[in-house]
Design a protein around this ligand. Structure first.
Ligand code: DC
Length: 209
């Protein structure tokens, strides 16, 4: 049976972890759509091109292949910021729509996480969850994650990043970050990962009934 789970939320809200856990639990494939924007930005930086080169960004977005992502590089702190810049360009977003929708259209369904999954990519998803947490909690989690990977993790700088990205991702005119009208909001500020996963599963089960 097809089940499409749409997870949206701001940077470092825990949506990626929840999406992965839900995908494993329900045995559905998972697409972290942030990686598409990160890989597009990375392609421009590798070619020494400015992030606002729309034509080059669209070409890079169109030629992405899901299989050869260097996740370690793409998940670095500076790449999140660069991704947020290319993601504000409507032509880049348009170039990535088909890839995301065909992923969601697999017969068994899929779990996708991003910023506009419930609003634009999968408006008919079985269930939509909008995952949030306070900026301070998100910055703490991101700092721990980066430190765990041996990267520099300056809390103040990360909090600054989180707030800047929130403002850019929510303030842009093309598919801004916002909950879909029929999304269930899950605030994970006071929850650990197990509690958040249990709550998310509850939301999915309710939607399936
Ligand atoms: O989820 P993330 O931090 O990996 O996303 C990186 C940036 O990509 C994010 O700041 C905004 C953009 N993005 C987007 O605009 N739409 C999505 N569906 C996913 C990510």
């Amino acid at each position: 049976m097809s089940i499409v789970i749409a997870i949206d939320g701001p940077a470092a809200s825990g949506k990626g972890t929840l999406a992965r856990r839900l995908a494993a639990h329900y045995g559905r494939p998972h697409l972290d759509t942030g990686l598409l924007y990160r890989a597009t930005a990375c392609a421009l930086l590798d070619e020494g091109l400015p992030l606002d080169d729309v034509e080059a960004a669209v070409a890079a977005a169109r030629s992405l292949s899901l299989v050869d992502f260097d996740e370690k590089r793409l998940r670095a702190r500076d790449m999140g910021e660069a991704a947020s810049v290319v993601a504000a360009m409507p032509a880049v977003r348009a170039a990535l729509i088909d890839m995301q929708r065909s992923f969601a259209a697999r017969p068994e369904g899929a779990v996708l996480d991003g910023r506009d999954i419930g609003t634009v990519i999968c408006p008919d998803a079985t269930v939509k969850i909008f995952v949030t947490a306070s900026p301070e909690t998100r910055a703490t989690r991101r700092a721990l994650e980066l430190a765990g990977r041996g990267e520099e993790a300056d809390y103040a700088a990360i909090l600054e990043d989180v707030k800047k990205r929130d403002a850019r991702d929510s303030g842009r005119s093309a598919a801004p970050l916002k909950p879909a009208a029929d999304a269930v909001t899950l605030d994970t500020t006071e929850l650990d990962i197990e509690e958040a996963f249990t709550a998310a599963r509850g939301i999915v089960e309710k939607a399936r009934r």
